[in-house]
Structure formats: structure tokens, C-alpha cells
Design a protein around this ligand. Structure first.
Ligand code: 5GP
Length: 183
């Protein structure tokens, strides 16, 4: 075990499964845009690794931009308050937007983001999320494509953090309860 893995309880989705599924997602996304050049909007920081893998696996031309929204800070529960920390650098008016999300939990972040983006008059908006939690009571937010449906546990790795750490794990793991800081 390497130092970066301390605090990981177990692997939920290994690197091989991730690579294989991202390839499948890319084929589906390819089929949505037979003639268009969509703009991929990555949601920082969590979707950074998914974005880089997905965009390379696509066979269509794309442009890329990023937004950063507030996440949980150092907590493992959503505060329900979403803030734009970094906005897009380009206009999306009249464009085909593909939102690339790391994980949909309560759905609040995505709902907020879709609202903000829709007001900028894109031609279309679609969403691909690497992970979606099976969470009773989550908001019904439209996600066109999901990589993996996962149990309602706090996950880390492949871009996802806990208190800023673990993003550089090459797999999705579950955080050990004893690694969660009190408070
Ligand atoms: P939602 O607004 O859907 O509850 O949460 C979405 C955001 O919360 C994600 O983009 C991600 O930043 C963060 N998040 C939700 N669940 C998890 C999780 O299990 N692990 C980590 N590391 N972040 C999560």
C-alpha cells in the first residue's frame, strides 16, 4: 500500500473497470453529436480526471472549458448551498453543452448548474456523470448518462477528494470511517 492509500477502506471501482466504462460512455457521447462539436464543461475539481480520460476516448471534435463550484469542504455531507467559484471562460450561447460531472449525490449541485447554464441560451445541454449514488430522496435531476450507480457511501479517488486529499488515486474507493475527521 502506498502512502496516498492510507485511510482507504476498500476499492469500489478499479482502474480497469473505469477505463472500460469510460470507453463505453465515449461511444455513446460520440453518437449524440454526429456533426456537432460540443463544448465539454468539466466541473472542477472532482471531474478533472474523468474529463481528461473521457475527452481522449471520444472520436468527435470537442472544445473544453471548466467551472468550479463549491463542494463539501472538509465535510462528507452536502451543505445544500452551491456557489460558483470559477465561471466558464467562454460563451456557450448557441452551443451544444455536455456537462461532465464526477458524482451526483443529492442532485443539488447539478440542478443549480443546469439552471445557470440554461439561462445562457445554449442550443442543447446534456449531462454525463461518472457516478450516481442510489440515494432515497435525491432530487430528480436529468442525467443523460451515468458511468456507475454506487451505494450511498462517501467515495474518494479518481478526482474525488476528502478534505482535499485522495484525488490522485487511480480508482474509486470508500473512505474508512476512522479516517473521517471529527466535526
Ligand atoms: P450533490 O450536490 O449532488 O449532493 O453533490 C455533488 C457534489 O458533491 C459532487 O460534485 C462532489 O463534489 C461532492 N460529492 C458528493 N458525494 C461525494 C462523495 O461520495 N465523495 C466525494 N469525494 N465527493 C462527493
Amino acid at each position: 500500500m502506498s502512502r496516498k492509500e492510507i485511510g482507504v477502506q476498500r476499492t469500489l471501482v478499479d482502474a480497469t473497470k473505469l477505463a472500460h466504462r469510460i470507453d463505453e460512455l465515449a461511444r455513446e457521447v460520440d453518437s449524440w453529436y454526429p456533426t456537432e462539436t460540443p463544448i465539454l464543461v468539466g466541473v472542477l475539481n472532482g471531474a478533472a480526471l474523468f474529463m481528461t480520460e473521457l475527452m481522449q476516448a471520444l472520436s468527435i471534435p470537442v472544445t473544453v472549458d471548466f467551472m468550479a463550484v463549491s463542494s463539501y469542504g472538509s465535510s462528507t455531507e452536502s451543505s445544500g448551498v452551491v456557489q460558483i467559484l470559477k465561471d466558464l471562460s467562454t460563451s456557450i450561447e448557441g452551443q451544444d453543452v455536455l456537462v461532465v460531472e464526477d458524482i451526483v449525490d443529492s442532485g443539488l449541485t447539478l440542478q443549480y448548474l443546469l439552471d445557470v447554464l440554461a439561462r445562457r441560451n445554449p442550443r442543447s445541454i446534456r449531462v454525463v456523470a461518472l457516478l450516481r449514488k442510489e440515494k432515497p430522496g435525491a432530487i430528480e435531476v436529468p442525467v443523460d448518462l451515468v458511468g456507475f450507480e454506487i451505494p450511498d457511501e462517501f467515495v474518494i479517488g479518481f478526482g474525488l477528494d476528502y478534505a482535499g486529499r485522495y484525488r490522485n488515486l487511480p480508482y474509486i474507493g470508500v473512505l474508512a470511517p476512522e479516517a473521517i475527521m471529527a466535526g
